[in-house]
Ligand binder design. Structure first.
Ligand code: ADP
Ligand code: MG
Length: 287
């Protein structure tokens, strides 16, 4: 009798827009008490746009944006798309870049017009004026992207994305199921807290490097919590794999989809609550 009930569960899942790897994954959802939510692309749209550009004395804003855009052109990261897309829109065709190097969770480096350009969070120390620009951007809830070349940080471009319309309702539904939501992100604390406040999450873990996301999920599990993780990025894949239940956004990367137990086809976070409700119901039918 057990397999039949489980297969009915997976069929209903498909109707709701949930792809289930195998019927046995539903078993893991029974005791889930914590839902870890990735921020960018999961709670937010992941479609970032370019806002303010700030250049320190001696650097033209246009040049700063042009070099940043040229470097980010080669990256698929949502931050990179905002910077490259915004630069192209404001300045037209960008110069070519070579020797592109991606530093996961931090940014990118490349050579543009004979300069070694770094974009993201790649400098250990910032000149006071650049540091103030970072503060100002973060106060506005933006992700501050530091831009520099030849060993010196020279300015900031500010990008931001929007919280998905359905995210606050999804968090309410997850709470109603008795789950504690946790926001997990590589982004800065102020941005993370403003997103958490907008959707009703109290527990925020920010400024986590991609490889540390797994460790966060493992730590929560070692504290006795049963953890579902929802994510979309390459940097979420390992955490999705170690979670008791991994839910991948269908709008996300192949790496996340392969690592997850379930895929939320439309990328709607409310379906995470549907998935947990469905599997609980399926399991109680079996009982
Ligand atoms: P999240 O955990 O929210 O999905 P990531 O771990 O991918 O975010 O990135 C964390 C932070 O690293 C970003 O908020 C950004 O500050 C920086 N970063 C990552 N990639 C880039 C890039 N290509 N350009 C600039 N900054 C980047
Ligand atoms: Mg993400």
């Amino acid at each position: 009798a057990t397999p039949t009930a489980l297969l009915v569960g997976t069929g209903r899942g498909a109707q709701l827009g949930i792809l289930i790897k195998g019927p046995e994954v539903l078993e893991s959802t029974r005791r889930v008490d914590t839902v870890v939510l990735d921020k960018t692309g999961t709670v937010t749209t992941g479609r970032m746009t370019l806002h303010e550009v700030y250049a320190a004395d001696g650097t033209a804003e246009e040049e700063l944006l042009r070099l940043a855009g040229a470097v980010e052109h080669a990256s698929e990261h949502p931050v990179a798309r905002a910077v490259a897309g915004g630069a192209e829109e404001r300045l037209g065709t960008l110069p070519g870049a070579e020797g592109f190097e991606n530093v996961p969770g931090r940014g990118v480096r490349a050579r543009v017009a004979g300069r070694e350009v770094a974009v993201g969070r790649l400098y250990d120390t910032l000149p006071p004026a650049v540091s103030r620009a970072v503060d100002e951007a973060e106060r506005r809830g933006r992700t501050a992207v530091v831009v520099g070349w030849d060993g010196e940080a020279r300015g900031v471009v500010a990008v931001a994305d929007a919280v998905k319309e359905t995210s606050a309702e999804a968090v309410t539904e997850l709470r109603r199921l008795g789950l504690t939501p946790v926001l997990l992100t590589g982004d800065n604390r102020r941005v993370a807290e403003s997103v958490a406040a907008a959707v009703g999450i109290d527990e925020v873990i920010a400024e986590v490097l991609p490889e540390e996301k797994v460790a966060v999920v493992e730590r929560l599990r070692s504290e006795g919590r049963t953890v579902a993780m929802v994510g979309d990025g390459v940097n979420d894949a390992a955490a999705l794999a170690v979670a008791d239940l991994g839910l991948a956004m269908g709008t996300g990367t192949d790496a996340a989809i392969e690592a997850g137990d379930l895929t939320l086809v439309r990328g709607d976070l409310r379906v995470a609550a549907d998935a947990i409700r469905l599997s609980r119901r399926t399991l109680s039918t079996i009982k």
